[in-house]
Design a protein around this ligand. Structure first.
Ligand code: C5P
Length: 479
């Protein structure tokens, strides 16, 4: 596990520089990724700057590439803070922006980028031996920066917890955290901001009737139950569960331990008979639940996982500003807008998944590698959400999953994931970067979740490179 003392040491000069920039009244642009981790990390930096009375703006982008860098250069802000993006692109930033930028990130970067970062502009987990795929997301890195700038910013630790679950870093036993994530969680707990409990991880555990909560839970995605309220109702009723009390629907948190075991048994039986999945979904259903104590009991922001889903929805549907406003504290108009966006996002995802499962030719699957063709169906900003969802489906367990779609600009975008129970040592981030760069595209990410973009004409070449790379030990996590 990484050594956070080296990180703490590097944070001092990094924050000194940021403080000088902020206090000298410079116009700062925060450029961040549009997913939940991007929105939280960008918002944490925005809040830290706002509290210093700095002049700043925030913008989200779906990925960092040369055209985004050109636009940044043309906009000519005094300084750029790039969060959750830009790993491996330091030399391009240097060329376009001189020394007027910093990156706060957690994606694995080439050794060369660490060695050439003389001015300490790349605040990346990996350079301190911290696994940015498992131990800290960009939200956690931004939190480290913010809390170094001012101890008062420790109240932003709860947003870093939202970032960690949003980035699926709750991968230790029973969905607990590792390393720096755990340290940040301890801070959030000690400040009374986050409570942690072991429970069934249903969406709306304090707010929705049990059958609705099950239907709204999309990880694991269970074909036949997810988004199907009536079949969830039938399943739970047939399992003998008392769904109503005095005419009022009972919410998941009101069920006893014994009843919860019956709920898990019923779901497990359903999965085993309907998908013949060799892996049990039970491990994916029961785990630590992170509750934001300061949020309203009826709010979708109270459960850190639901909060992160809402932020993802905002980003993916092109309304990142709503997500940023919510992170920055708006609990009125922006929260209502966020809830509507979340509902729209669920409908869109449900339509995509039903098309993918009904048009069988879209899926090619050899038992180890599954490739999904989302051309003409999946909007490019939704691609990562679709691959995350499919990776949690018990009908595709243990696979290396690749989902693609054709973008508006005619490039192909790929999103890859290790599915539930996948034991492959392949490092998807290294594979995507290598194969995409080999055909004139760009890509990267983590061992278990990565993406890339390639030119239209390079599709066949890219796929053949991919087939070789997934078995190449140079691109395995053990390498
Ligand atoms: O887009 P998607 O959700 O599949 O991306 C998975 C991970 O890979 C994210 O953390 C994303 O930032 C990273 N990624 C990357 N370079 C790309 C595309 C995705 O580093 N070109």
């Amino acid at each position: 596990m990484g050594d956070s003392s080296k990180l703490v040491q590097a944070l001092k000069p990094f924050c000194e520089n940021l403080r000088n920039v902020a206090e000298s009244g410079k116009d700062i642009a925060i450029i961040t990724h549009l997913d939940a981790d991007g929105i939280t990390s960008g918002s944490i930096m925005a809040l830290a700057l706002a509290r210093m009375n700095a002049k700043f703006s925030v913008r989200t982008v779906s990925d960092m590439n040369q055209s985004v860098i050109e636009r940044m250069k043309a906009e000519d802000h005094d300084f750029y803070i790039i969060t959750d993006l830009g790993g491996g692109m330091a030399s391009q930033f240097r060329k376009a922006l001189g020394s007027r930028w910093v990156v706060i990130d957690h994606h694995q970067i080439p050794e060369e980028e660490i060695l050439t970062d003389d001015a300490g502009q790349v605040m990346n987990a990996w350079r301190f031996g911290i696994d940015g795929g498992m131990e800290v997301p960009a939200g956690g890195m931004a939190y480290m920066v913010a809390s170094t700038l001012d101890r008062k910013n420790r109240d932003l630790s709860s947003l870093a917890v939202v970032a960690a679950v949003g980035d699926r870093q709750d991968q230790a036993s029973k969905r607990s955290f590792l390393g720096l994530n755990q340290e940040i969680l301890e801070t959030a707990k000690s400040l009374g901001l986050v409570n942690v409990e072991l429970d069934i991880m249903l969406t709306g555990r304090e707010t929705r009737p049990l059958h609705e909560a099950l239907a709204y839970t999309s990880f694991p995605y269970i074909d036949g139950l997810t988004w199907n309220t009536s079949s969830c109702h039938t399943l739970l009723k047939n399992a003998g569960l008392k769904l109503k009390d005095n005419g009022r629907w009972r919410v998941p948190s009101e069920f006893s331990q014994e009843e919860k075991s019956a709920i898990v048994d019923a779901i497990t039986k359903f999965v085993v008979t309907s998908s013949k999945a060799p892996t049990s979904v039970i491990d994916e259903l029961v785990g630590y639940v992170y509750t934001l104590a300061g949020e309203d009991r009826r709010s979708q922001l109270r459960d850190a996982r639901e909060f992160s889903t809402l932020l993802n929805a905002c980003g993916r549907i092109g309304r990142s500003g709503v997500g940023i406003a919510i992170c920055m504290g708006d609990r009125n108009a922006m929260l209502s807008a966020g809830e509507q966006i979340n509902a729209e996002y669920r409908t869109t995802l449900r339509n995509y998944i039903s098309t993918i499962f009904s048009e069988k030719w879209r899926l090619s699957d050899d038992g180890k590698v599954a490739v999904v063709n989302g051309d003409g169906v999946v909007a490019e900003d939704m691609l990562g959400a679709v691959s995350s969802l499919l990776s949690g489906s018990p009908s595709l367990p243990g696979r290396l999953l690749f989902v693609r779609t054709l973008s508006k600009d005619s490039t192909y975008k790929f999103s890859s994931r290790k599915s539930l129970g996948c034991k492959s040592p392949a490092n998807l981030g290294l594979i995507m970067r290598h194969c995409a760069e080999g055909v004139g595209g760009s890509g990267g990410g983590h061992a278990a979740a990565a993406g890339c973009r390639i030119p239209h004409s390079a599709l066949e070449d890219f796929v053949s490179r991919l087939k070789v790379a997934i078995n190449d030990p140079r691109f395995s996590t053990a390498a």
